[in-house]
Design a protein around this ligand. Structure first.
Ligand code: SF4
Ligand code: SF4
Length: 286
């Protein structure tokens, strides 16, 4: 089973939920940090990293000696990442999505693909838990191919928890696509509600079942609960604002370490998700 943990905005407690959910499943789970621009699961889980692999994107390099300036590469590229201008052809590797169409269609075989580094995928262990994270190269903006590389590490026989980037943009959709369920973590404030509405609308387009976890549930107003009721979204868990959680987080401790009584609530969360989607959690006895 693949469960993505997402949020409409940063700072809602998404990583707190993802790490505690993975920890209660232990060796039956793996956690994959897909928030490649700011991976934070490692701060709470303190994994031992065992492998680090570079992730590269093939981008075009044009041999102007062979190029006849036919213009076909510019026509086929949907991202304006290769542009014939005057008597030359200019490639913009930072815009390239690595689809390979230009080199395939160049009649003169004037385009070679060269690797552009996007970042790394690291794998390791956090106690009994399998750990995977992507880290984007500083200055790089092309997160989706790196997220896809992280997701190739999903093992079909475990309960995969994906920590998604915050928001509702392309990296979020790349992360949650193919998941069996999405947990949306939010706060009961007008800002939380606004960002939740946008994210829910984006993810609903994918047809993936969703449920809500409200963090710091004893602040703010009833707007998020009203929204859940109106949309028919199950409210899966409420986590009140608690000094021990905040102190633990500041020390880099996962929620279920600061508040062990929450372990049962997270186990119940996996049961509830299994029941909603109607399939037993693979690799889990829950
Ligand atoms: S398709 Fe090939 S030959 Fe045509 S403009 Fe592009 S690089 Fe040059
Ligand atoms: S590989 Fe694809 S995205 Fe990149 S320049 Fe060529 S056509 Fe454009």
């Amino acid at each position: 089973m693949i469960v993505a943990v997402a949020s409409g905005k940063g700072g809602t407690g998404k990583t707190t939920v993802a790490t505690s959910l993975a920890m209660v499943l232990g060796n039956r789970a793996q956690i994959l940090d897909c928030d490649v621009e700011e991976p934070n699961c490692h701060i709470l889980l303190k994994p031992t990293i065992l492998t680090t692999d570079a992730v590269n994107l093939p981008v075009p390099s044009v041999d102007l000696q062979k190029c006849t300036l036919c213009g076909k590469c510019g026509e086929v590229c949907q991202f304006s990442a290769i542009v014939p201008i005057g008597k030359t052809v200019i490639a913009f590797p930072e815009l390239c999505h690595g689809c390979g169409a230009c080199s395939m269609l160049c009649p003169e075989k004037a385009i070679q693909e060269v690797p552009r580094n996007l970042g790394v995928v690291e794998t390791g262990m956090a106690g009994p838990l399998e750990f995977v994270q992507g880290r984007i190269r500083i200055g790089e903006a092309m997160a989706p191919p790196l997220i896809r590389a992280v997701k190739t590490q999903i093992s079909g026989d475990k309960f995969a928890i994906l920590d998604a980037p915050p928001g509702a943009s392309c990296p979020v959709i790349t992360t949650v696509k193919g998941s069996d369920f999405v947990i949306m973590v939010t706060e009961p404030t007008p800002f939380g509600l606004n960002d939740l509405e946008i994210a829910v609308e984006a993810i609903q387009g994918l047809g993936i079942p969703m449920g809500i976890v409200i963090n710091r549930s004893d602040i703010g107003d009833s707007g998020v609960k009203d929204f859940c009721r109106n949309k028919g979204l199950p409210l899966l868990m409420e986590i009140p604002h608690h000094r021990r959680i905040a102190e633990g987080y500041a020390k880099g401790a996962p929620l279920i370490e600061s508040m062990p009584e929450y372990a049962d609530k997270f186990k119940k969360l996996t049961d509830d998700i299994s029941m909603i989607i109607g399939i037993p959690s693979k690799g889990s006895s829950l």
